[in-house]
Ligand binder design. Structure first.
Ligand code: PLP
Length: 364
């Protein structure tokens, strides 16, 4: 059997589905309007007029493309404005932006550690964190999800520079890392921490900066990473840290150096999204999202409903679709075999009646 038929026979085949999204909370797919409970647009900013306007203005000012790598002639002012704002928000000396979160990890981790060093990863870390750690050539050590005892044992035996890598809110489970305890261990053993706030930026903290801000731990996190494509409503990724480390990344991060800078309009939309997140309007959107999360009795905007079997999960997703709700089935290798799940994501853009309907269908 060929590879594709094999995937299909295991219920693991993935296919693209063309769609359009006239508003942040809904989507048109297969000729049908669906309520979108599968996007990471937690605040509904991807359709926000302020972001669209900022992108439009930048399109006229800068054109469609940056025309070269940031290090050649691509370093348009707007990227520097974006990075200054990120650094200020993250309370770091400097920040660097990338085309997306994936390339942020791929550029950063191999620039920081290499052969003779150790990366210590939470088992449920995102694929880009795993791929980047592998690419670095450092020794890879994995601890069971949020297992502090095992993390400590790995820290005791780590060789070279030790970099702990984890997420603040986990992408497929919606739970949080025990950040305070991880910071204590990291300090005790002289290790460093890279924290991926992909699903916490915009959602947690008074200023919407994520879990580290909420817990007052921003100064403890050596490398604050995130994406600008989820709650920020644009696209891109960032790494916030000391000026010295950023200078090193500018010289060593290959995904940054050897790639054309992203469209300046993308940076403009990102900056507008980040500004909005820190504004009063952002706070109100976070309050609305928090209400939606509380309505489901969930601990974050990500609600995993673990079914187990691939085919049963696909069938459940199909039933919800027939009822007008888009909730994707998440399968191996995104999650472990036997833990296929529906992944419901909530947004401030959803209406209360939409939440009621879905809650009934899921009988939560
Ligand atoms: C989505 C995601 C990324 C990748 O970010 P993109 O901007 O989508 O490339 C990185 N880390 C985590 C935890 C994510 O969920």
């Amino acid at each position: 059997m060929d590879e594709l038929s094999e995937l299909a026979s295991q219920g693991l085949l993935r296919q693209l589905r063309p769609c359009s999204a006239p508003t942040a909370g809904e989507i048109f797919m297969d000729g049908k309007r669906l309520l979108n409970f599968s996007s990471n647009d937690y605040l509904g900013l991807s359709r926000h007029p302020t972001l669209i306007e900022a992108a439009e203005e930048a399109l006229h000012q800068y054109g469609t493309g940056a025309s070269a790598s940031r290090l050649v002639t691509g370093s348009r002012n707007i990227f520097h404005d974006l990075e200054d704002f990120i650094a200020e928000s993250k309370k770091t000396e400097a920040a660097l932006s990338f085309a997306n979160g994936y390339s942020t990890a791929m550029g950063t981790i191999p620039a920081l550690v290499g052969k003779g060093d150790t990366v210590i990863l939470d088992k449920l870390s995102h694929a880009c964190l795993i791929d980047a750690s592998r690419l670095s050539g450092a020794t890879l050590r994995v601890f069971p999800h949020n297992d502090l005892n095992k993390l400590e044992r790995l820290l005791q035996t780590a060789k070279g520079r030790a970099l702990i890598v984890t997420e603040s809110v986990f992408s497929m489970d919606g739970d949080r890392a025990p950040l305070k305890e991880i910071c204590q261990l990291k300090n005790q053993y002289g290790a460093e921490l890279l924290l991926d706030e992909a699903h916490a930026l915009g959602v947690l903290g008074q200023e919407g900066q994520g879990l580290a801000e909420e817990l007052g731990l921003q100064a403890q996190v050596d490398f604050q990473m995130g994406t600008l494509g989820k709650a920020v409503g644009s696209a891109g990724g960032y790494l916030a840290t000391s000026r010295k480390q950023i200078n090193l990344l500018i010289n060593k991060a290959r995904s940054f150096i050897y790639s054309t800078a992203p469209p300046p309009s993308q940076a403009a939309a990102s900056l507008a999204g980040l500004e909005l997140i820190r504004s009063e309007e952002g706070r109100l959107l976070r309050d609305t999202l928090a209400k939606h999360i509380a309505y489901f009795g969930a601990s974050s905007a990500i609600i995993p409903i673990i079914i187990g079997e691939n085919d049963a999960t696909l069938a459940a997703s199909e039933r919800l679709k027939k009822a007008g709700y888009l909730v994707y089935a998440i399968r191996y290798p995104t999650v472990a075999r036997g833990t296929a799940r529906l992944r419901v994501t909530l947004s401030a853009a959803h209406q209360e009646e939409d939440l009621e309907g879905l809650k009934k269908l899921l009988s939560l």
